[in-house]
Design a protein around this ligand. Structure first.
Ligand code: SF4
Length: 421
């Protein structure tokens, strides 16, 4: 099996045109002798998108029609020779048309492969804006009456470095290789048929005949030589890096394996700041860290929760399903995390003493966070208590990061230190 696949058992219906797109993409990548992990495959909703699990490259799966936006974001800051390849259907291309045009206008260095079977296969065969006149679909049994968008022409006019339409038959891997090797935005539209709906509703139709009858042009459109998009600050990157708040290692954490921590409180009470400082202190203790925050769109009300993963080794996944520790400093934080706490069969929960004790298999440590440090500093006091009691992040390192924080002057650090002792 190819180094680019983890499974050669492709998930499509028998005869589906998507098979050939995958096989030709793999052939093209093999011919380019690139490392599978230098390739990021971005897909979105639609039958083509279920291919992710078969590829040995990096894969990212997005919302319907958004794979170009995701791919562009990745491509814009991809170091070295990395390649971003986006797979999308004609439905996704229709939904995300503006993303396509914008990525083409910016000339982002990426390759978009549109699997154009002229219908929405996953939802039952409805027409998209790329469905040509006369092509019968589930809701146009007599054939559509409206003309289709010419996607290649649209992205070419928008500024793409390369746009090309092929009939998806046989070996078109050299064309795919061409598209992938282009510097700048490349779109390859592969005309194909959905055996489940396209063939059923258009009996006897042959793909090549359709392309001929409808006058689909198969010409290669190249851009006007505009350079591929580059981040305007990239040339200044070394100087900018000098300004980055580098966290020097100050102490050594005793942590030997990955540890996950959830901090829950109320919006506007510094939960995210406390988590940020904790993450910096963890780095200063020699650990690797990920931190992510969750809060309602109305950022000044309701819960505020931060998830922190700590590890002596590289972290490959930042999600937390069963935390090792949870710090809860307010009712909002408890409500949001109650289910997760109830599912804990081990680990520890640090809980503000005014809150009802939740059902849990974890050890519960009740502390007077709000009473002793006030609501606005309860989260900081919570992480400080955690660090002092576990030693995973040395408390002195955490205090030092608080002092160095941009809001350090607003944190009553001496008081917190006293409360701690
Ligand atoms: S429904 Fe159509 S597009 Fe989807 S896998 Fe089957 S043949 Fe392919």
């Amino acid at each position: 099996m190819s180094d680019f696949l983890v499974s050669a058992d492709l998930p499509y219906c028998k005869g589906c045109g998507h098979h050939l797109v995958v096989r030709n993409t793999v052939r093209a990548l093999e011919a380019m002798t690139v490392d599978p992990l230098s390739v990021t495959l971005v897909t979105d909703i639609g039958c083509q998108g279920i291919i992710d699990r078969c590829f040995a490259t990096h894969t990212v799966h997005g919302l319907h029609g958004r794979s170009v936006a995701l791919g562009a974001g990745i491509a814009m800051d991809l170091p070295g020779d990395g390649k971003v390849i986006v797979f999308m259907g004609d439905g996704g291309a229709t939904i995300g048309l503006q993303h396509l045009l914008e990525a083409a206008r910016l000339n982002v260095d990426m390759t978009v492969v549109v699997h154009n079977n002229m219908l929405y296969g996953m939802t039952g065969g409805q027409p998209s804006s790329l469905t040509p006149c006369g092509f019968r679909t589930a809701i146009t049994p007599e054939g559509g009456k409206l003309p289709h968008h010419d996607l290649c022409r649209l992205v070419h006019d928008a500024g793409a470095a390369y746009a090309h339409r092929v009939v998806g038959l046989g070996d078109f891997s050299p064309t795919l290789q061409d598209a992938i090797e282009v510097e700048g935005f490349a779109l390859l539209e592969v005309m194909e048929l959905c055996t489940a709906y396209g063939v059923k509703n258009n009996p006897g139709l042959r793909l090549r005949d359709l392309a001929d009858e409808l006058g689909y042009d198969l010409e290669v459109r190249r851009g006007n030589g505009r350079p591929a998009f580059d981040l305007p600050y990239r040339a200044d990157t070394p100087a900018l890096l000098d300004q980055v708040d580098r966290v020097a290692v100050r102490s050594v954490s005793p942590l030997e394996k990955q540890y996950t921590l959830v901090l829950g409180g109320s919006a506007g009470e510094g939960v995210q700041v406390a988590a940020q400082i904790t993450a910096q202190a963890a780095i200063a203790s020699g650990l690797q860290v990920t931190k992510k925050g969750s809060y309602p769109v109305t950022v000044g009300t309701g819960f505020s929760v931060a998830e922190i993963v700590l590890s002596p080794d590289p972290i490959h996944y930042h999600g937390i399903s069963h935390p090792d520790a949870v710090i809860i400093v307010s009712e909002d934080g408890l409500s949001y995390n109650r289910e997760c706490i109830s599912e804990m069969t081990s680990g520890a929960v640090w809980l503000d003493e005014n809150l009802p004790e939740p059902e849990t298999g974890a050890e519960v440590h009740v502390r007077d966070f709000r009473g002793r440090a006030g609501g606005v500093n309860a989260a900081l006091f919570g992480v400080l208590s955690f660090s002092q009691e576990t030693g995973i992040i040395p408390a002195q390192t955490l205090l030092e990061r608080m002092r160095q924080s941009k809001i350090g002057s607003k944190i009553p650090i001496d008081e917190l230190e006293q409360v701690l002792t």
